[in-house]
Design a protein around this ligand. Structure first.
Ligand SMILES: [Zn+2]
Length: 66
């Protein structure tokens, strides 16, 4: 298979655990083409809370805040 795009898929990995995620997943749950969580390291509830769009350090502030 020829790789004509020249771009890698590093952005399509979970920034938290490194698991590969789909482009659609990044679009839906991520921010700026990155996701900070995936189904492997976050619960569905946290995903719907938008946790995957926030870097790790938002954890302390984010919990309990809605
Ligand atoms: Zn993950």
């Amino acid at each position: 298979m020829a790789d004509t795009t020249g771009s890698t898929d590093i952005n399509r990995r979970c920034a938290r655990c490194g698991e590969a995620v789909s482009r659609r997943f990044v679009r839906v749950f991520g921010a700026s083409n990155r996701v900070y969580g995936c189904l492997d390291c976050l619960t569905r509830q946290r995903l719907s809370n938008g946790d995957a769009a926030r870097p790790d350090d938002a954890d302390a502030i984010g919990s309990g805040w809605k």
